[in-house]
Ligand binder design. Structure first.
Ligand code: PGA
Length: 257
């Protein structure tokens, strides 16, 4: 089985202007050291308006934190008012893009087809998509979790080569656990992640499914990261609220309270 390096990504959502983003990045870099970066891939995903400032900070201080975006469009350029192209992000040294976050699916009507187009566009621009999947509370209670994530994974990776799928990151985020303080138990999270890994095998073969990194997301905090990361099937976390505080986020990167 290939070694999968854990990946902890901070999704800042619509928080921080470019000044506070720089402060937050610098503070985080003081708290983390080489040992942390050797053990874990650390990613921060600020709002678009902060990307240039954060990128300059990371580059000038040689901070080995990867830069991520929270969304993008699938076209390279054109008359698409308000959208941001994957090529623009890649030029800014963005290396990860969150695709299909449940807030985008629920609040902005993003469909599985749009997610698939974005996954392919992000890969074509040389970046890595963090593909978000997960069920609502109603779906969970109706026993529909497996079917939901199986469908989302199959659609997200439709038409993507096996080799490209192997490089992707998937984030399993049960919607009822996001920003609610209710997290899935590590056992439940690992079980659904197993289903997702099976869906990746179905879409892209056994090798890709062994290589793809699958994070858990939903109310991850310093207090619950250790038990989540103790599960061999869980390869990291996508962290919302707790990533806004550099102290908390650094503790999450270290899997420690
Ligand atoms: P949360 O958000 O950590 O605040 O629950 C996770 C996410 O939406 O990625």
């Amino acid at each position: 089985m290939p070694e999968r390096k854990p990946i902890i990504a901070g999704n800042w959502k619509m928080h921080h202007d470019h000044f506070t983003a720089i402060q937050c990045t610098q503070k985080l870099s003081y708290l983390l050291d080489k040992k942390d970066y050797d053990q874990v891939d650390v990613v921060i995903c600020p709002p678009f308006t902060d990307l240039r400032s954060v990128q300059t900070t990371l580059e000038s201080d040689r901070i080995p934190i990867a830069l991520g975006a929270q969304n993008c469009y699938w076209e390279k350029e054109g008359a698409f008012t308000g959208e941001v192209s994957p090529l623009m992000l890649a030029k800014l040294k963005v290396t990860f893009v969150i695709v299909g976050h449940s807030e985008r699916r629920e609040l902005f009507g993003e469909t599985d087809d749009a997610v698939n187009r974005k996954v392919r566009a992000v890969l074509a621009a040389g970046m890595t998509p963090i593909v978000c999947v997960g069920e609502t509370l109603e779906e969970r209670e109706a026993g529909a979790t497996e079917g939901k994530v199986l469908g989302q994974v199959a659609e997200a990776f439709a038409g993507v080569s096996k080799a490209a799928v192997a490089t992707c990151v998937v984030a399993y985020e049960p919607i009822w656990a996001i920003g609610t303080g209710r997290n899935a138990t590590p056992e439940d999270a690992e079980a659904t992640i197993g289903v997702i890994r099976g869906a990746v095998a179905e879409a892209a073969g056994a090798e890709a499914s062994e290589a793809v990194r699958i994070q858990y997301g939903g109310s991850v905090k310093p207090g619950n990261i250790a038990e989540l990361m103790a599960r061999p099937g869980i390869d990291g976390a996508l962290v919302g609220g707790a990533s806004l505080d550099p102290d908390d986020f650094a503790r999450i990167v270290r899997f420690s309270e």
